[in-house]
Design a protein around this ligand. Structure first.
Ligand SMILES: *Cc1c(COP(=O)(O)O)cnc(C)c1O
Length: 225
């Protein structure tokens, strides 16, 4: 069986060190468990990890069901199709990938029976490249307003998936731009508290730039096949 402890401790320690230098609370760690079996999730949960991220609704729902006894928090971080909103609202605690108006009504309706709002991040395509997911930065505020006025959704902040530029200065610039958008949103919605950005390669850089949640997969679980 894999020992996830050294990698897990190392990531948490890095986040604490970044926070100490910046004099901010440490960013939360979302463990990205796509393609990993429920046993791997359970092993990390045994070390104290609570929040897990999945890209596909069905895969995530199956793991959430299999591990229902562990009281974990499930985040959908992959592209969401509108015909999957019902299942997403039923099995996930957070949807980080809301990027178009159509999803607002569908998720809101689907979440009504839960009796507890779905936590939502608006996904922004900050690097504005030819890419299928994330709203244009100019559409972020109207979309945030729509989420905030849906009774069964709770607006928590923003998410971005940065372009995998080899040049880390470019990644840094895009994290900084997200932080600006986040602060602009916070001015209008004082309750929001989450800026989700950074992955295994660049989570420390994202945390330095003001991410409050980083999404780390391969560094914790090993390379994906
Ligand atoms: C897969 C994925 C991650 C984690 O990627 P790693 O490089 O394995 O850390 C983070 N965010 C999203 C949206 C992903 O799809």
């Amino acid at each position: 069986m894999n020992d996830y402890r050294p990698a897990y401790r190392d990531v948490l320690l890095t986040l604490e060190n970044v926070a100490a230098r910046a004099q901010r609370p440490a960013a939360r760690l979302l463990a990205v468990s796509k393609t990993r079996p429920p046993e791997a999730v359970a092993a990390l949960a045994a070390l104290g990890q609570r929040a897990f991220g999945e890209n596909y609704v069905q895969e995530g729902a199956a793991k959430a069901r299999a591990l229902a006894g562990l009281d974990l928090e499930w985040h959908l971080i992959g592209h969401l199709q509108s015909n999957k909103c019902r299942e997403a609202a039923e099995h996930f605690d957070w949807v980080q990938s809301l990027d178009r108006p159509k999803l607002v009504a569908a998720l809101d309706r689907a979440r009504a029976p839960a009796g507890r709002p779905l936590d939502v991040l608006v996904q922004v395509n900050v690097d504005d490249e030819a890419r299928k997911s994330g709203c244009h930065p100019d559409d972020m505020l109207p979309l945030a307003h729509a989420v905030a006025s849906a009774p069964n959704l709770r607006l928590r902040g923003l998410m971005s998936i940065g372009a995998p530029w080899p040049d880390f200065a470019r990644r840094q610039a895009s994290f900084a731009r997200m932080r600006e958008l986040y602060e602009r949103l916070q001015a209008g919605f004082p309750g929001i508290d989450t800026l989700s950005m950074g992955m295994s390669e660049d989570y420390a850089l994202a945390a330095e730039a003001g991410a409050t949640l980083v999404r780390v997969g391969s560094l914790l679980f090993g390379p994906r096949r």
